[in-house]
Design a protein around this ligand. Structure first.
Ligand SMILES: [Zn+2]
Length: 238
């Protein structure tokens, strides 16, 4: 591996016996790495990176935001998201198990024990997000199994740092990111469809995109909505 400078941006270059250039931006610092076929010269690598500078900057901004996101303290007055809407957190101390209640379409009341720390508070919120997704996902899977014509043998919810969803094609298993509970329901639906379409097409190629256009013509809008906000090591294949 060696480094080149592209308009002030340090880019790690790895030469490999591969067919295509492969550009990635990694959390937490937004490190840029490009894997390139042996035959491609540095000038071509530079041009490829320049063509994606806007995208790289967007990824790096996203990681910065993500950092901010993880610094949440779960105290009253903080903003928290649910189904794409912003709520003000109101922490209420009480003497029984933690729970979450939405009030007035504006406030999330978080009930916790008086001596709870940030981790316990976060766990109560995450369990609440998880409970929502457990209800929301099965009807989506059933709906899209019919439309896409595939069968999912298993699905699950995971807190993932780098992906909105994943699909294990062989096991016909999809994982959905817990963070999706914070996004609008159509974003969740888009990720479900995206992962299910992988059962028809493994790669993000033209075929994949035309399948997405066919099943969910407005998918790009939802993808942009998801990418507008923190998360994700995303990769771009040329
Ligand atoms: Zn995918």
């Amino acid at each position: 591996m060696y480094q080149i400078d592209v308009n002030g941006l340090a880019v790690d270059v790895v030469r490999k016996n591969i067919k295509n250039l492969h550009l990635a931006v990694y959390p937490p610092n937004g490190r840029v790495r490009i894997a390139v076929p042996l035959r491609v010269n540095d000038e071509a690598v530079r041009l490829a990176v320049i063509a994606k500078l806007g995208w790289i900057k967007r990824q790096q901004t996203r990681f910065q935001n993500q950092d901010r996101e993880s610094q949440r303290e779960y105290v009253s007055g903080e903003s928290h998201y649910f189904l794409g809407n912003r709520y003000l957190l109101n922490v209420i101390q009480h003497h029984s198990a933690g729970r979450v209640v939405i009030r007035n379409k504006k406030t999330i009341d978080l009930y916790v024990r008086s001596n709870s720390d940030v981790f316990q508070r976060r766990r109560v919120m995450q369990e609440w997000y998880r409970a929502y997704l457990r209800e929301a996902i099965p009807p989506l899977v059933a709906k899209w199994e019919k439309k896409v014509g595939v069968h999912i043998s298993e699905w699950g919810i995971k807190h993932m740092k780098t992906r909105w969803g994943t699909c294990n094609i062989k096991a016909k298993r999809i994982w959905l990111n817990l963070e999706l509970a914070k996004k609008s329901p159509r974003c969740l639906e888009y990720v479900v469809v995206h992962e299910m379409v992988h059962l028809l097409e493994r790669l993000h190629n033209d075929n994949f995109h035309s399948l997405m256009n066919q099943f969910l013509p407005t998918w790009k809008q939802y993808r942009d909505e998801l990418n507008h906000v923190p998360l994700a090591h995303e990769e771009w294949e040329y």
